[in-house]
Design a protein around this ligand. Structure first.
Ligand code: SF4
Length: 438
């Protein structure tokens, strides 16, 4: 499939896999203005990472629309407040309003132990002194008031917001207290957001290994657990785009080693368990867990593989999951013919490359018309994307599954069965026979 030229030349953010030489899409650059992209701004990226942190308040210093936009993250709503900046504040400055808002927020919610103050585009344009005001507010209230300078125009995508949110977590909240119990055989999970029970599956496998999770960044994080997270013996990076910069910052600040893991797919889960076990000297326990899972899971998977093998799938994810998930579809015998991400990095596409079929496409920041073109011309057996892509796929009569998923966990050995069953249900639905017979 050919894609139109962008600014007069073939878009380098689109690559076709041909032969053995690895060619990766260019990424990390801003979207061309006017193009319909599914990216979000750095402010939303910061919300994505910080929203689940318990015992906190979220105060958005910007027009009320920014707060409304950032209220729902991963289909959950969070406690969020706004300074509701307007024209008057643009002319005369909104700093006084922010000081008043921090005080009022803490009066209304006295249980909050920390406040994240998000500086949006308007605050960035007027040059609000976010760091100074937060420093003064911390002294005046005795609570941690954290400046998050995440103006939407300050980065190419939400990926930049993840990086700066990781930075403020480590600078302001991690390492403030000590854990109650000794922290050997403990890990932190970085870049895990507890979607549909994934976290419970991962924790169960780690517990079977004799390893416990001290803090999950940020699906199950709180001011308390972040405070002692520095005491963990190892950081497990489950999502490179949201966890990678956290791991780097924690290694720099506290010397905590990091290990990249992936709990999607049987092979990846087994490899990750073996790697964690090797770190803690628990290799025998890992082999026992994997053998037991093989006996239980393999017969079901073999049957599903029989139905799914050879089917063509297109993937369009947020960031780094494109690499880890491509391997999971391939493990089911499916052919990955299209793999894209909204804000992937070179290493994400490099991870996906071996699992993309020859002649398949890798692309960064897909435009809506490119997704439509793929669905319409390639007619894959399955398209996997976010909620925004769901109805586009249906419109072209293509079976669709959403990722991150909405129902059961996909992580771990049992999760891989759920994952394969969901695919088979979508692909085998009788509705597609009706659609294609019209
Ligand atoms: S781009 Fe700017 S104005 Fe729009 S939501 Fe993001 S921070 Fe707010």
């Amino acid at each position: 499939m050919r894609y139109p030229a962008e600014n007069g030349c073939q878009a380098a953010r689109v690559c076709t896999k041909a032969g053995r030489a690895m060619r990766l899409p260019a990424c990390g650059s801003p979207t061309v203005p006017g193009v319909i992209t599914s990216r979000a701004c750095p402010y939303y990226g910061a919300r994505w990472l910080l929203a689940p942190v318990k015992e906190t308040l979220h105060l958005v210093h910007g027009p009320v629309g920014c707060a409304y936009y950032g209220q729902t993250v991963r289909r959950k709503s969070y406690r969020i407040l706004s300074t509701a900046l307007d024209e008057k504040d643009v002319v005369f400055g909104g700093d006084t309003k922010l000081v008043r808002a921090v005080r009022e927020a803490l009066r209304l919610f006295p249980d909050a132990r920390a406040v994240f103050v998000y500086g949006c585009c308007v605050a960035g344009l007027t040059g609000a002194d976010l760091a100074g005001i937060c420093r003064l507010a911390t002294r005046a209230t005795g609570r941690t008031v954290v400046p998050v300078s995440c103006a939407g125009f300050g980065g190419a995508s939400q990926g930049d917001g993840h990086d700066l949110a990781a930075d403020v977590l480590v600078r302001f909240l991690v390492g403030r207290t000590s854990p109650a119990a000794p922290a050997s055989y403990t890990v932190n999970l970085l870049g895990e957001f507890d979607v549909a029970g994934d976290l419970q599956e991962i924790k169960m496998l780690l517990n079977q290994l004799g390893v416990s999770v001290l803090c999950t960044f940020t699906g199950e994080a709180s001011v308390t657990s972040l405070g002692y997270a520095h005491a963990a013996a190892l950081n497990l990076v489950h999502c490179q785009r949201t966890g990678g910069s956290l791991a780097e910052a924690m290694t720099k600040a506290f010397g905590t080693p990091a290990l990249k893991v992936n709990f999607f797919g049987f092979a990846a889960t087994a490899a990750s368990l073996r790697a964690v076990a090797a770190h803690f000297g628990r290799e025998e326990a890992a082999e026992q867990i994997i053998r037991a899972a093989e006996t239980r899971v393999e017969p079901v998977l073999a049957e599903l593989r029989r139905h799914l093998a050879g089917r063509r799938v297109g993937l369009y994810f947020g960031g780094s999951r494109v690499g880890s998930m491509a391997a999971a579809y391939r493990e089911l015998g499916m052919e990955v013919v299209w793999a894209g991400a909204q804000f992937g990095q070179q290493e994400d596409y490099a991870a996906a490359w071996p699992d993309v079929a020859d002649g398949g496409v890798l692309l960064d920041d897909a435009r809506q018309f490119e997704i439509e073109k793929f669905l319409c011309q390639a007619q894959p057996d399955l398209f996997v994307g976010g909620v925004r892509e769901r109805f586009l796929a249906y419109k072209y009569g293509v079976p669709f599954t959403v990722f991150p998923q909405e129902g059961k966990p996909y992580a771990g050995f049992t999760g891989f069965i759920n994952f394969a069953q969901d695919i088979w249900r979508a692909v085998a639905s009788p509705v597609w026979r009706l659609v294609h017979s019209q």
